[in-house]
Design a binder for this molecule. Structure first.
Ligand code: PLP
Length: 397
């Protein structure tokens, strides 16, 4: 009764272990959630101002590509990032998630291949499985700070079925912010092999140490083969708005994606208005948020570095840190932390990184930390994890 497609779609590694956390909470244990990218930062107040202003007598469908005032506002925002796109080159989507679906749906036939840099944002695997698209990984290693793999590593996996390269920059889950040279590698491969670039830039602002993240859009020569995926979820701490964008200058991609958008009718009307508010929020808000994340990044990295045997590099962006732990199996360790271990009634939940790899049995000792709690909590949570590692290994030996 169930399709092979539905069976193929993997459970999210970020949410899969939630029942273990629920059980711990039932026992009265406090769980620090460093497993999911749900920020605790307040959404800009402009969101509420715009939502309150919404007094239409009927909550209606909108144009499938989203309301024009919002697309105009997005175009204005992108201009500040030197991404010169017109409102009719933007489709408002139900989160970046739907933009990823549209991008894969527009570019790939069933059984086509898309190259991803693993570890990658785990839900790419879910969308690909749903569309019967094969993700072909090129591996970035913790030992190498998860930097961009070499050009030859990409070239080795290209086949006649390869249609696109999909990657996030800044990267979820590694926190790497790719340099111009690293993106140049992708650009060259795409040009030389006639591939589409799907550049997921939902963490655009989240680049630390006074660095700017570089959009793939900065490479003019690939505009006809570029789709940008974007979202307000992380930027404005507005994950529940479910508003993202699909951006392309390629008219064929745009009209194909618009047909997919028409099939789902429209994004929610009211949250599109709220998003105009988000895009009107002050630059001070963003500066404050970035400062806060940078502080958390520093705390998370300082603490994790203290754990003997851990391999971790200082993340440069997004709000994630990936690390290799000195344990036999990270997923078993996380389950153990949730079911068998606590310090003064508190324990820590992180995400196992194996689900962010397409290669079976890769990333088995790695984890992802989302530093979405305040610094004191992050410090405590990682200290608890450090004690957990010690105890877990004692029990194993
Ligand atoms: C890299 C990346 N892309 C896309 C998304 C999708 O986010 P949303 O659908 O909330 O916009 C996420 C969410 O975690 C993400 O980390």
């Amino acid at each position: 009764m169930i399709s092979s497609r539905a069976l193929r779609v993997p459970a999210s590694p970020i949410r899969r272990l939630v029942p273990f956390a629920d059980k711990a909470k039932k026992k009265g244990i406090h769980v620090y959630h460093l497993n999911i990218g749900q920020p605790d930062i307040e959404t800009p107040s402009e969101w509420y101002k715009y939502i309150e202003k919404f007094k239409n007598k009927v909550v209606a469908y909108t144009h499938s590509q989203g309301i024009l005032p919002l697309r105009e506002k997005f175009a204005e925002y992108y201009r500040k990032w030197n991404i010169e796109v017109m409102p009719d080159e933007i489709i408002v989507t139900n989160g970046g998630s739907e933009a990823i679906m549209f991008a894969l749906g527009v570019v790939c036939d069933p059984e086509d291949e898309v190259i991803v840099i693993e570890p990658f944002y785990a839900n790419y695997a879910g969308f690909a499985a749903y569309l019967n698209v094969k993700l072909v990984p090129v591996t970035a290693t913790p030992e190498n700070g998860y930097r961009m793999p070499k050009k030859s590593d990409f070239e080795k996996v290209i086949t006649p079925k390869t249609k696109a390269i999909l990657f996030s920059n800044p990267s979820n889950p590694t926190g790497v912010v790719y340099t111009r040279e690293e993106i140049q590698t992708i650009v060259e491969i795409a040009k030389e092999n006639d591939l589409v670039i799907i550049s997921d830039e939902v963490y655009r602002e989240f680049a630390f140490d006074n660095k700017n993240s570089i959009s793939a859009f900065e490479f003019n020569e690939i505009h006809d083969r570029l789709i940008i995926v974007d979202s307000v979820s992380k930027r404005y701490s507005a994950c529940g708005a479910r508003i993202g964008t699909f951006i392309t200058k390629n008219k064929n991609f745009y009209s194909a994606a618009l047909k997919l958008a028409q099939a789902r009718l429209s994004p929610a009307e009211i949250t599109q208005y709220g998003t105009i508010g988000l895009l009107n929020s002050s630059e001070e808000y963003m500066k404050k948020v970035m400062k806060e994340y940078e502080k958390r990044r520093d705390v998370a990295y300082e603490e994790i570095k203290k754990i003997p045997g851990v391999i971790a590099h200082k993340p440069e962006g997004a709000f994630y840190l990936s690390a290799k732990l000195p344990v036999d199996n990270a997923e078993n360790f996380i389950k153990w932390m949730l079911s068998k271990f606590n310090v003064d009634g508190k324990t820590t939940m992180v995400a196992p990184l194996s689900g962010f790899y397409a290669t079976p049995n890769f990333g088995l000792k790695e984890i992802r930390i989302a530093y979405v709690l305040d610094s004191e909590k992050i410090k405590d949570a990682i200290k608890i994890m450090a004690k957990g590692i010690e105890e877990y290994n004692k029990q194993k030996n």
